[in-house]
Design a protein around this ligand. Structure first.
Ligand code: NAD
Length: 368
């Protein structure tokens, strides 16, 4: 079937332009209009893995070339859908052998949160770049170990922070950097949905590492940093539960948290598994505001500032993310907002501090 892929040619890296060549460690790669194509294996063929794979069909600079799954029937379906040869299919026992597979440049880990740590380290030790879903790990210590392992193995580690590539979000960041809101003094991030099946891994602390904060509250945590443009220096937090049956010990239902920033700004956020349609960012400075609702769902994101509506076009988030991650991994491009493992460790330090604050009732100083 003719597709965009048919425009891709396999050529020797020696014909690539010099800046590309200098960052490219592969002797044979595909290129599209002079840019190398990232060949990706997805680990974890669940809900979000499927969404990423579908979105990658529209990518020019990223291509799905492999899968890692514990379910042979899923592998078969994906092989047919994405034309993946047997030699690029792995399970959770044998995927270290990906080390010897020249068809795969990077592995995208899209499994339950608590599994990311070991899986990312194994991929790094196999010498492949890693993209890992959020939350990168279940605490800052594990996150730092992942960063260290990737550094030691000389591979890059990126995290699936898709909003860092979203056009309206980037416009608000541009306006803030240009001083259009004046001095930033307040951010509000509200993130939640009503979670269903009580048996799912998201409500099992062993696999999720926590509750709504890990899963959806992380958007407000990360968002407060890219919207305010600073890293918090203190955290306070309070937890409430309306359903103790569904939300067991260590699985948070609703947490309110507050951050203080070095420039004097404060953030007030809510993370919950008890309310639908909660997806709002609000940023206010001395001269203006930005308001986004929805602010982090799959879009289209909608928003306005004191200057009017945000009109940047919607493109499927995961398509843009994978195009840009290809440039970051293969060409050394610097994103406007970082998406690397160090960035994720900062969010994990804040998650640790929020949980500590809910347990102690104290204001927790943080240093990111
Ligand atoms: P999911 O339950 O739909 O899929 C998880 C996959 O992992 C399944 O295919 C499952 O078979 C596999 N798996 C492997 N080992 C497992 C084990 N021991 N127990 C349970 N499942 C196991 O979950 P999902 O929604 O695809 O979430 C996966 C990851 O992606 C999570 O870290 C989540 O936070 C993240 N995510 C990110 C976004 C985003 O917008 N960036 C959206 C959804 C999910």
């Amino acid at each position: 079937m003719p597709s965009r892929r048919s425009f891709l040619q396999t050529i020797a890296a020696a014909t690539l332009p010099l800046p590309v060549l200098s960052n490219l460690s592969y002797c044979n790669t595909q290129v599209h209009e002079g840019e190398p194509v990232l060949r990706v294996a997805i680990m974890g063929l669940g809900g979000y893995g499927n969404m990423v794979a579908r979105a990658m069909k529209d990518c020019k600079l990223a291509k799905l070339t492999g899968v890692i799954s514990g379910t042979p029937s899923k592998i078969k379906t994906w092989q047919q859908e994405y034309n993946i040869p047997d030699k690029n299919c792995y399970n959770y026992e044998n995927f270290d052998a990906i080390k010897n597979n020249p068809d795969i440049d990077a592995v995208y880990v899209i499994t339950p949160n608590a599994l990311h740590h070991d899986q990312v380290i194994r991929v790094a030790n196999a010498g492949k770049h890693v993209i890992c879903e959020k939350p990168m790990a279940i605490n800052a210590k594990e996150g730092q170990e992942m960063v260290d392992a990737c550094r030691k193995a000389n591979v890059k580690l990126l995290v699936g922070y898709r909003m860092h590539f979203e056009a309206k979000t980037l416009e608000v960041i541009r306006m803030r950097n240009a001083g259009e809101f004046g001095k930033i003094l307040f951010f509000q991030g509200l993130c939640g949905f009503e979670i269903g099946d009580p048996k799912q891994w998201r409500l099992n602390k062993e696999l999720s590492g926590g509750g709504s904060l890990m899963d959806i509250g992380i958007y407000a945590i990360n968002g407060s940093r890219y919207m305010v443009g600073e890293d918090p220096v203190w955290v306070t937090a309070e937890e409430t539960k309306t359903n103790h049956e569904k939300f067991k010990e260590g699985v948070d239902e609703t947490i309110q948290f507050q951050f203080g920033f070095p420039g004097g700004a404060v953030a007030s956020c809510l993370s919950t598994y008890a309310m639908n349609n909660l997806d709002k960012f609000f940023l206010n400075g001395t001269n203006g505001f930005a308001e986004m609702q929805p602010s982090t769902n799959y879009g289209p994101i909608q928003g306005r500032t004191h200057k009017g509506e945000l009109t940047q076009p919607h493109i499927t988030h995961q398509t843009v993310q994978m195009e840009e991650m290809s440039r970051i991994l293969l060409q050394g491009k610097k994103p406007i907002v970082p998406v690397d493992g160090e960035e994720a460790v900062k969010d994990l330090k804040l998650i640790d501090a929020i949980y500590l604050a809910t347990q102690t009732g104290k204001k927790i100083p943080v240093s990111l």
